[in-house]
Design a protein around this ligand. Structure first.
Ligand code: NAD
Length: 255
């Protein structure tokens, strides 16, 4: 099981922190070469230090995933550095202060759509074009959220962006199933990462409503509990899983 990704090349966005960082670690442990992309250069430098034992098998790149050209360069860079790309994990994302629609301005909506949704479209489109040209299939994993399946875990923009990620994931899976491309989404529940660190004053209404939803959660998850699912979906063990959303929430959504 420790070499399920031997000779595989993976690109992971948001790889400097939280769930993305844990995915990078698991993929390296499983034998893959990884390009970790993130907006935060400090976290990428720290990642390089922490995983120095993997040498050239880990490359890092500063990328703003809301920028189409930057995302396309990222894939080109991985192919240039490692000779190919087999797996892309479109994972980077941000939150929205739990804003209900009446409290949300256009800037928040546009930022959330750019960072959480356009990014996934850019990465997936570039990967699919590359995979089709290569003719050997490939794996796409998108980090959606429980907020991509239920209404009560985020603000309006965050929830809408993650539902859209789920729709994009299913459409891509449907359209390209006959080409050996698999496209799945992971839907974490509340997970211990840095995503809330930058959160300013959350909406009072949003927080009160979300707290009702939180009643069903027994605990938050760890990034390792989420990355285990990503490793499974990336591996050949999941070869017949396509267009699926894998919820990882300790039973929260069953409430
Ligand atoms: P995190 O903040 O710890 O990590 C996210 C990383 O993405 C950070 O390193 C950040 O620098 C990077 N990033 C943000 N904007 C970027 C941009 N424009 N370009 C490139 N990189 C950018 O948070 P996390 O919880 O690990 O989040 C990863 C994904 O998991 C997100 O898509 C998030 O929506 C999703 N998610 C998180 C939770 C949770 O409870 N933590 C639950 C469900 C889904």
């Amino acid at each position: 099981p420790h070499s399920v990704l031997e000779n595989q090349v993976a690109v992971i966005t948001g790889g400097g922190s939280g769930i993305g960082k844990s995915i990078v670690q698991r993929f390296l442990e499983a034998g893959a070469s990884c390009l970790a992309a993130d907006l935060n250069e400090d976290s990428l430098n720290a990642l390089k230090d922490e995983f120095a034992a993997y040498g050239d098998k880990l490359d890092v790149m500063k990328v703003d995933v809301s920028n189409r050209a930057a995302v396309e360069d990222m894939v080109d860079h991985a192919v240039g550095t490692f000779g190919k790309m087999d797996i892309i994990v479109n994972n980077a994302g941000i939150m929205d202060n739990l804003l209900p629609i009446a409290e949300m301005d256009d800037d928040v909506w546009e930022r959330l759509m750019k960072v959480n949704l356009n990014s996934v479209m850019y990465g997936t489109r570039k990967a699919v074009r590359y995979f089709l040209e290569r003719g050997e299939g490939g794996v796409i994993i998108n980090t959606a959220s429980l907020s991509g399946l239920c209404a009560g875990r985020g603000g309006c923009a965050y929830t809408a962006s993650k539902f859209a990620v789920v729709g994009l994931t299913k459409n891509v899976a449907f359209m390209y199933a006959d080409t050996g491309i698999r496209c799945n989404a992971i839907c974490p529940g509340n997970t211990q990462t840095n995503i809330g660190v930058g959160m300013r004053q959350p909406s009072e209404r949003g927080m009160a409503k979300a707290t009702t939803g939180y009643a069903g959660a027994t605990r938050s998850g760890t990034p390792e509990e989420i990355s285990a699912a990503a490793l499974f979906l990336a591996s050949d063990q999941a070869g017949f899983i396509n267009g699926e959303t894998l919820t990882i929430d300790g039973g929260w959504s069953a409430y």
